[in-house]
Design a protein around this ligand. Structure first.
Ligand SMILES: C[S@@+](CC[C@H](N)C(=O)[O-])C[C@H]1O[C@@H](n2cnc3c(N)ncnc32)[C@H](O)[C@@H]1O
Length: 580
């Protein structure tokens, strides 16, 4: 699972008057909220009024209403970056918010905002399309009469308004669908287009096919194709646009439409660039651990996660966030290690979020992932993250001590997570802090069942096997694999490989974390969780300190096993005596 920071990580900038109102709310002055709500009523077109109201709702711990208010702010002021950022951050944790409470124009503006990760917004966008929008009728039909009939009906001539819906096209281009019904419909739409190529001569359907091609690439071509489709693609049809719905065709001078040509040129240039960057990376040497080698092979061939953009943190926001957990912030020029950095999103966010002075080292087993990250860092104008190839077990070879080490979604992929963690602690400054992310055994029970089934059947990890297995799960009465089908990672090929077909994973339990922390000389400083979860914990364990009491958290998780569905993510600090 990929790294994503929780809601409190980045507070946006707001002006003093509003800040006072929000601070008053945080201090328990409930009168401020009605005052701000009244302001919105007086000036309903004013984006800043909606923004102030949204901040106040957030401060009052009413996230669903805050999300709606941020979308209204953005709908009235498309350039309001701070609203887009808060919206994206909140939606990471509250993606189940009723989609029709959001302002559609705001959603569109957010999806197109270059300073935020579009995926959380895309998820509500798709939910909106499914419940109220262009996809509602075809999905209802698909469930009753089958997906081919639904696709035919959707592509009918008279349905141009739905086919050209800007929210649909933008979600396909910028977002990443995470809904089984929508995937089944889009897969059927693709098939109809393939076997009726004349359809894409219609302008609306050409634009739709281009957007579908982008969506297909975002998912690394995860959609299932039946036996007839590759044959049709390979022999009869020579349309790069239709091919691009199944794979990434080579660029060519004759390719039309231009948007497709541009996408292909860009994609191939990126791949070329990454191949060259991969050869230039410094390395800690050859991998000797068998599990590390198997895991490296997986990520060399399938870098994970592929990402569009990140939600740009305010400079220094991560230091503030860290201080909330560990009490102090390190010296002015913190050395930060991102151990198991994957494709760089976490490292680039760290460079921005820990501030200009922070020096970032990003370590990973996979050259392909590191090269992807190095290329993306250049996209962000950052040329001084040190990307290093190597095993965490060899972290001493970095010859550096770190004030902050982040290791999220990595240690559970090692044969001996404790050995990996120890190698990292050995590079940690006295009083240094760590942000650790580990899979929860309690939260992943359904995944464990599916992994056992995959092992039992002896399934491989090739693309076609993954596609067929996914299809089976989606066609199964959908209630059976609810948790898996609701995981965004299910909806991409490399992401699904990471979710269900991983070369090695070993989820952990809270008591085990407690033992490891003790052995490593680390003090637990609290889980990073959405505010709503923390509030529930406080309610049920009023005497426990959430930032210290792992036993109480274990009891809480036993009652609510999905609490850490997005991994245990927690801060801890080095409490070992200073080395001489
Ligand atoms: C699930 S990805 C997470 C990437 C990143 N932390 C994120 O959250 O986006 C796990 C990454 O850990 C890396 N990894 C696994 N075992 C490792 C090891 N022993 N040393 C270094 N990197 C490792 C993999 O190559 C992969 O890129």
């Amino acid at each position: 699972m990929a790294h994503s920071r929780h809601e409190h990580a980045q507070q946006s900038r707001h002006r003093p008057g509003r800040r006072r109102a929000v601070a008053a709310l945080e201090a328990g002055d409930t009168g401020a909220l009605p005052r701000l709500a009244a302001l919105v009523e007086e000036a309903p077109r004013n984006p800043r009024a909606h923004f102030a109201h949204a901040l106040a709702l957030e401060a009052a711990k009413r996230p669903a209403e805050a999300i709606a208010a941020y979308s209204r702010a953005l709908g009235r002021g498309r350039k309001l970056d701070a609203a887009a950022q808060r919206l994206a951050i909140l939606l990471v944790n509250y993606s189940a918010v009723p989609p029709d409470t959001l302002d559609r124009r705001g959603l569109l503006a957010g999806l197109r905002n270059s300073n935020i990760d579009p995926y959380p917004l895309g998820r509500v966008g798709f939910a909106w399309l499914k419940s109220h929008g262009a996809l509602a009728a075809p999905i209802a039909l698909g469930r009753n009469a089958g997906w081919s009939a639904a696709a035919e009906a959707f592509l009918a001539h008279h349905n141009e308004v739905a086919q050209s819906d800007p929210l649909l096209l933008t979600c396909l281009e910028q977002g990443s669908n995470a809904d089984a019904d929508i995937e089944l419909l889009l897969t059927a739409v693709r098939r109809v287009l393939l076997f009726s190529p004349a359809l894409v001569e219609r302008k609306a359907l050409r634009a739709l096919a281009c957007a579908l091609a982008r969506q297909a690439r975002t998912g690394d071509y995860v959609w299932f194709a039946d036996a007839e489709e590759p044959t049709a693609l390979g022999t009869a049809i020579k349309s790069p646009l239709l091919q691009a719905l199944y794979t990434l065709p080579a660029p060519g001078a004759q390719i039309r439409p231009r948007t497709l040509a541009a996408m292909l040129i860009e994609a191939h240039a990126e791949a070329e660039n990454e191949r060259s960057l991969a050869t230039e990376l410094p390395s800690l040497g050859v991998l000797t651990d068998a599990t590390s080698s198997a895991v490296a092979a997986q990520y060399e061939n399938n870098p994970y996660p592929r990402w569009q953009r990140l939600t740009r943190p305010r400079p220094g926001a991560f230091l503030q966030d860290m201080a909330r957990f560990v009490g102090t912030t390190p010296q002015r020029r913190p050395e930060v290690l991102i151990a198991g950095c994957g494709t760089g999103q976490q490292a680039i966010a760290a460079k921005l979020g820990y501030g200009k002075e922070a020096r970032i080292t990003a370590l990973d087993l996979s050259r392909a992932s590191l090269a992807y990250g190095a290329r993306r860092a250049r996209d962000y104008g950052i040329d001084h993250i040190r990307f290093v190839h190597g095993d965490i077990l060899e972290a001493a070879g970095l010859r550096r001590r770190f004030h902050i080490i982040e290791c999220i979604g990595v240690l559970h992929h090692m044969a001996n997570p404790m050995a990996g963690w120890r190698a990292l602690v050995d590079c940690l400054e006295p009083n240094g802090a760590m942000l650790i992310g580990l899979y929860s055994a309690a939260a992943r029970q359904e995944i464990a069942t599916l992994r056992a089934e995959i092992a039992h059947r002896g399934l491989g990890t090739d693309a076609d096997t993954i596609r067929a297995f996914r299809r089976e799960l989606m066609m199964d009465a959908q209630t059976r694999w609810k948790q898996t089908l609701s995981a965004p990672d299910f909806y991409g090929l490399n992401r699904c490989r990471d979710l269900l077909f991983h070369a090695h994973e070993r989820p952990v339990k809270i008591p085990e974390i407690g033992v490891w922390l003790g052995e490593l000389g680390l003090d637990f400083r609290g889980f990073a969780l959405p505010e709503a979860r923390l509030a529930r914990f406080r309610l049920e364990h009023p005497d426990a300190d959430p930032a210290r009491d792992l036993d109480a958290w274990h009891a809480f998780e036993t009652t609510y096993p999905r609490t850490f569905a997005a991994m245990y993510q927690f801060w801890c600090v080095n409490s070992r005596p200073h080395a001489a």
